[in-house]
Design a protein around this ligand. Sequence first.
Ligand code: AMP
Length: 300
Amino acid sequence: MQVVETVPALRAARAALDGRVGLVTTMGALHAGHLALVEQARAENDAVLVTIFVNPTQFAPHEDLSKYPRDLPRDLAMLEAASVDLVFTPVPQVMYPPGFQTVVEVTEISQGLEGEHRPGHFQGVATVVAKLFNLAQADRAYFGQKDAQQAAVIRTMARDLNFPLEVIICPTVRESDGLAMSSRNVYLTPEQRRAAPVLYRALQAAGKAYADGERRPDSLQQCVLDVLTTEPLAQIEYVSVCDARTLQNSTTTGDMPLLVSMAVKIGLTRLIDNCLLPNELNTRDGLTDLLGGVASIPHI
Ligand code: AMP
């Protein structure tokens, strides 16, 4: 496994990779969710390139950039064990040298949900991922359902800007009690950690209501709220039930696939989680078809 830190070194090492290249972009502090993306990339490509970069432009001033967990030696050991070929670990000055002034804005699908609660976040994400796509020259890029709106934003950007690669979305990997794996879970105290699976239980309640025939978005949203409000440590930021293709609110009760998503603070830690309904869609192919997929663009 080769580890490179500069753009010229990355370009040279990338040029030396043979065959199809799969890309996984991360902010490090790796866990089994990241490794599932790496494994999928390994299985579907000849070579795997992973990037580790805590991107400052996607954090708002009050967010956790300075305390975001970092452990490069541990991350590299995990990637080596997962048979990764090439790792790019730039410092911020490599990605944003003096004079840097270009941004990528994906207008509609970035609004609402996380975009509404984290202004500027998706502009930071889209810009850095566009740069990483240009640097990696990959054939396929793998993203996690855990950040469903992010995946939809990147899918839309890749299509709109004609990036010659396939964006693939992989299911959320969870702890045994259902908590979605996240680098931020290390912030939780033991008491908060015990409270955190309430997000998953709330998604399950919506899934059960859906399986029992409930289709009204506001009723499904209420199922989620009913579970979340049983947990005194949970401070709800939003709970949304929207059209999984467009991420727009839907008042109709047709049989279109739905994305149930939420952001909940437990103490100072902001957790997000989501699922598609029906539950059978929470697979690589179901997610990849729907989130920001071609189906979301009515004129195609
Ligand atoms: P991050 O390091 O948090 O920026 O995440 C890097 C990639 O891993 C993104 O595509 C995330 O959506 C994905 N990811 C993070 N957590 C999980 C998880 N629990 N399951 C699947 N993918 C994940």
